[in-house]
Design a protein around this ligand. Sequence first.
Ligand code: ADP
Length: 477
Amino acid sequence: MSAAIKRKGTRPAAVPEGAPPFKKVLIANRGEIALRVILACKELGIQTVAVYSEADRNALHVRFADEEVCIGPPPSSKSYLNIPQVIAAAEVTGAEAIHPGYGFLSENAHFVEVCLACGINFIGPSAEIIRKMGNKAQAKATMQAAGVPLMPGSDGVVETVEEALVVAEQIGYPVIVKASAGGGGRGMRIVNSPEELPDLYHTARSEAKGAFGDDSVYMEKYLLEPRHIEVQIMGDLFGNVVHLGERECSIQRRHQKLIEESPSAALDPDLRRRICETAVRAAKAVGYYNAGTIEFLLDRRGDFFFMEMNTRVQVEHPVTELVTGIDIVKEQLHIAAGRKLSFTQEQVVQKGHAIECRINAEDPFKFTPCPGRITALNFPGGPGIRVDTAMHQDAVIPPHYDSMVAKLIAYGADRSEAIARMRRALDTLVIEGIKTTAPLHRRIMDHPDFISGAFSTKWMEGFIEEMKQDLAGNEVR
Ligand code: ADP
């Protein structure tokens, strides 16, 4: 048995103050988030190991890591999701810890157990916590016990159409059928009447089966024009849990986030305090540690309801970093090494305003994927602009993965300065060779509803309709 295996357990021995939290970390991811973790490791004096698929041989995360290991062919199931290959890469390079980023293996409880059994630290919460929160139906039950407000809905999983009809009648239409194992907006169906329910119930189940290998679904009341408000949480192994304020992610298309910001224009100080305190209570109820996010829906009356918890770093973490000045990824590494949180709740202050636009390799008006080679590239800079990306000149965007190619983040003293900076950043962003959603973001930044903060998760639907008519009008002219 190796020395590492003897360290088995969720609590690593604390690393002395001042020393890097780990000597060597493997990043089990690709793209901008792999690079983001590598940058944090470089600042902390940690050696890095990149893993990559054959499609990512020339990727920046491979170029900037200290060591790299090819873990398989392009499909994720054969590379980035291939647990034995990832673990073998950590073992041959002597990496002490694995940072999973988001997506891929980041919320896979079995992977966390394998890491632990092999004496490798997983940079995130325990397998037990991931299991508890990963199953959304179960997470809701846990939250109810902790006194967190829930959306009216089924009591756990809904097994049959007959049961679904009864639940829907009780909570009132419209309802939403959601996959218990859901994520990325998949496995959800909105149902407006009992006639529609049987078909949509079955489609949600089969989509869930296909996407997550688990066809269990639950139901809740479907709110018509809610806002998506989430709270960033950080906790350590000593039971300290703090929040880093909220993010608003209501600008979505098909339940997928496009724009995120912090703070939210929809909250007054009292509502902000109540939402954030509820999130801390929710996290404490499961003994949460490392970085996590509690997602809520906020209705027009100012009532908010727990939706789900993400037990990993989020795509949109940079907006929180910019307004709080806290480096979430570095903090994750310190926590995983057994250190106490480096700040208290009182020390967390939201200052200024940050907005993030997700730039996807997609047709900006039809939303079809547009992989390909980048022939010319200019990233914006200047005051208050951060670009998180792994794109580079001549990079080939492979068709196998997520279409997000960059995150453009603008910071300002207030919301209007952040918007003004985002506009000029989008005006000086050049990406040639592939189509991206940048022109869509540029239009949103000029829209009176976005500028005034009057939007909900429904807003994009109307905006896209408006845009289509506008474009059709231009063609006629
Ligand atoms: P996923 O994990 O797939 O992202 P979520 O549960 O986080 O799924 O929901 C994603 C989005 O779907 C939310 O941000 C919201 O826009 C919409 N949504 C989910 N549940 C409801 C609901 N009960 N009422 C209205 N919209 C909902």
